[in-house]
Design a protein around this ligand. Structure first.
Ligand SMILES: CC(C)=CCNc1ncnc2c1ncn2[C@@H]1O[C@H](COP(=O)(O)O)[C@@H](O)[C@H]1O
Ligand SMILES: [Zn+2]
Length: 353
């Protein structure tokens, strides 16, 4: 079964944790490098290949290189369009993209035009009939502090009201070893109060007990990673209890955690702990470009590391629909799609077990 890559490819999927600039494929990267030869950037600087691992610091250096390559509206449009089409080609039927609005004085890119351009890419793909429903989460980079966070939330609020439902929430991300979530609480609180959903990177690294408690108090609508929430990883039972009580879904990014070395191996990944609790877990890619993966591969890796049979894999992808930030109508449409696709896909797969 594990070799049956086709099953994972054909499986309809939901992607809820994808950073735009971390999701840039080799093909798109080639186009960007050709546009900016003077930067002398090579592929090896923008991706972490098979079997390679990096420290967190090294991983975050990769994003700095990619940001140099993506610094105009044209670049953002191309990158977003390509990424959406690649997810669609991988049979992702619903995608929540997240990205940090950036301004680049030398090209005239502003935070506002950055968000507008991502929205434009989503609209263009829809017009072209690409078979995927895409929403956008505006990201706060924790490194930039309270003021920028508040400014980002206000921008997101504006676009939530003007984008016809495309901007649905806020992501909190960035180097987890920099800054403290405490000072970001007012911005996150405001986001919650105005109806933006919250997906927060939490306990990606150990020793963030206090911050995780504060963030869980908001509470978030979803948790990114949550690697070190549970006691065996330096978290606490009370953090686990709180996530469980609120049934706050965890966004699980296997390859990202293994390559970034916050988790020792696939089989030791905290997915096992939460899955066994019956807690909602959604398999995601995080940065499919940087970590050289795609969502089909992540599902396949989960199945192989944790011994999931096809029906369990199916249920995992089906349950992900419950965790999306778009409204009930979209959920219903997706459930309908899953129901239609199930018999053909699952019968074939079970026969091959
Ligand atoms: C280093 C490592 C293991 C990465 C995976 N874990 C991550 N943790 C926190 N923030 C992230 C991670 N991956 C991407 N990001 C955020 O996403 C940004 C890149 O996408 P974008 O420019 O927002 O469109 C990064 O600069 C960073 O702020
Ligand atoms: Zn992430």
């Amino acid at each position: 079964m594990d070799d049956n890559a086709e099953f994972y490819k054909d499986l309809p999927k939901v992607e809820l944790h994808a950073h735009l600039n971390g999701s840039v494929s080799v093909q798109t990267m080639e186009k960007l490098i050709r546009r900016k030869p003077h930067l002398n950037i090579e592929h090896s600087m923008t991706a972490i290949g098979k079997g390679q691992r990096r420290t967190l610091d090294e991983c975050f250096e990769v994003f700095k290189v990619i940001h140099k390559l993506v610094d105009t509206e044209e670049d953002v449009l191309m990158v977003a369009t390509d990424v959406i089409k690649e997810f669609a080609a991988d049979n992702v039927k619903y995608l929540e993209l997240r990205s940090t609005p950036r301004e680049e004085n030398h090209t005239g890119l502003t935070k506002k035009s950055y968000i507008e351009t991502v929205i434009e890419a989503i609209r263009q793909c829809k017009t072209e009939g690409v078979d995927i429903d895409v929403r956008f989460l505006v990201a706060i980079d924790r490194r930039n502090g309270a003021e920028v966070a508040m400014e980002t939330v206000k921008l997101a609020e504006e676009f939530m009201l003007s984008s016809g439902g495309l901007v649905v929430g806020i992501d909190l991300s960035g180097d987890p070893t920099v800054g403290h979530g405490r000072c970001l609480l007012p911005a996150l609180q405001r986001a919650r109060n105005c109806g933006l959903k919250l997906s927060l990177h939490m306990s990606e690294v150990p020793s963030q007990l206090e911050e995780s408690e504060l963030l869980l108090n908001l509470p978030p609508d979803r948790i990114g990673h949550g690697t070190c929430l549970h006691p065996e990883m330096g978290g606490s039972q009370s953090l686990v209890d709180r996530a469980v009580k609120g049934r706050i879904p965890l966004e699980i990014c296997l390859t990202s955690n293994v390559k970034g070395q916050t988790v020792q191996s696939y089989s030791q990944h905290h997915f096992r702990y939460w899955y066994q609790l019956g807690h909602p877990c959604v398999i995601c890619t995080d940065d499919k470009g940087v970590f050289c993966t795609d969502l089909s591969q992540e599902y396949q890796l989960a199945a192989s590391a944790f011994g999931l049979r096809p029906d369990a894999v199916w249920t995992l992808s089906e349950r992900a629909v419950d965790c999306i930030f778009a409204g009930d109508e979209v959920k219903q449409q997706l459930r309908q799609k899953w129901t239609e696709l199930k018999p053909g896909l699952l019968q074939g797969a079970e026969l091959q077990v």
